[in-house]
Design a protein. Structure first.
Length: 189
């Protein structure tokens, strides 16, 4: 029994080490000091909420707006290439990703990893039909986005977290506020 426990622990250590190697190899910056000053803060109005679409290609740009504090996403504009929608909540940028799954439904998730969200690299980039965590390297298909929870995957945005009316999905401000802590170190390299 003791030997089995030792083998399980050794296997766990190997898996963690492999994750660290993958995460380190995914980093694109050349800096050697990634220490964050947790005491540094920017004075921002608590009520300031800006929404922008963080896509790189003009053809992938989708419209998003703030309505009663939530993010509005036009269903007609969501495609198989993910769209990213930012909102500023009390000085913290929160990002939602929207993608069209293979069954034609829109899947939503927060663009941060449930397990890795303390890392500045805990965000997902799309690679074909998969989304890859830039911290741990885990991959999730478009069909899993917003459905899989409780592990190293994007934080789901479920039907309880948004409303849908007249072709518009509105992610609630309360959901964004409840999850803003997940983005406290997000993309702060």
């Amino acid at each position: 029994m003791r030997t089995k426990i030792i083998w399980v622990i050794a296997g766990f250590v190997v898996v963690i080490a492999a994750g660290v190697v993958i995460a380190t190899s995914n980093r694109t910056d050349n800096t050697t000091d990634t220490t964050l000053d947790e005491n540094a803060s920017t004075e921002l109005s608590e009520n300031t909420q800006n929404v922008t679409n963080d896509t790189e290609d003009a053809e992938d740009e989708q419209s998003a707006s703030v309505s009663d504090g939530g993010i509005e996403i036009s269903i007609a504009e969501v495609g198989t290439q993910a769209s990213y929608y930012d909102a500023e909540i009390d000085g913290t940028t929160v990002e939602i990703l929207a993608v069209l799954a293979s069954d034609g439904t829109v899947h939503l998730a927060m663009n941060t990893c449930q397990v890795c969200n303390g890392s500045p690299y805990a965000y997902f980039e799309q690679d074909g039909d998969y989304f890859v965590c830039q911290n741990c390297g885990n991959r999730f298909s478009s069909d899993e986005i917003g459905l899989v929870s409780g592990g190293c995957n994007p934080v789901p945005v479920t039907e309880d977290d948004y409303t849908e009316s007249d072709g518009i999905i509105t992610v609630s401000e309360s959901f964004l506020e409840e999850n803003a802590y997940r983005f406290s170190k997000w993309k702060q390299f």
